[in-house]
Design a protein around this ligand. Sequence first.
Ligand code: IPE
Ligand code: IPE
Ligand code: MG
Length: 236
Amino acid sequence: MNVPNHVAIIMDGNGRWAQKRGLKRSMGHKEGSKTLEKLALHAIDMGVKILSVYAFSTDNFKRDKEEVDYLMDLVVKYFNTKFEKINKKGIKVVISGRKTNLRADVIDAINGIEEKTQNNTTGILNICLNYGGQEEIVDGAIKLAEDIKNGLDVSNFKREDFYKYMYHELPPIDLLIRTGGEKRVSNFMLYEMSYAEFYFTTTYFPDFDKSEFNKALFTYENRDRRFGGINDQKHN
Ligand code: IPE
Ligand code: IPE
Ligand code: MG
């Protein structure tokens, strides 16, 4: 099986999952976090090396304080106590996003989980929190400008070289999944998704289980990735 190296998921539909059941939106986030833990373990079993997930966008601060607080509490709880299986599996957890605007206990939890898992080598779980794709590019451009000011020669600077200025220097995304039915990227990993294959499903994230994930992998296997070139076997 041709397994994608880097899979990214826009975990959407938690609120609607809960509303459909007459529950508060926060119950959807709670259920979604359980789904994430299961999927992270499963993705590694399937041979995926890097899983990036969109947990909270810079624009999600537009939501009610109650919902934002609930999501942040969930992050603290998961990073501090619930990620033991992920750590045992050998998964390194990294967090992408801006630290500004985040509560002190959230920053402590981020530092804690990153430190605890830093030497793990089985795979990487990249959690995008207070994350924006345009923000990542802007932050990278500022870092590059500083290096140029300090004498970096950019006469041969290539697009591949810019990955070094992204939050964690992760490789390009091979497969991008969005649950919840919307067909947009909502400011997710814009630089990294340039040749990603897209997979959209109406399934709400809490219901996106192992078999749904496998369906996305099977679809990916049959995609004809050309990267701007021509695949001879299909055209002769
Ligand atoms: C995704 O689910 C999780 C976050 C954005 C934090 P939503 O909360 O966006 O759920 P819907 O799209 O309103 O159903
Ligand atoms: C994208 O979902 C962000 C996350 C999944 C964390 P949103 O629900 O915020 O995106 P829009 O508002 O539908 O574009
Ligand atoms: Mg949404």
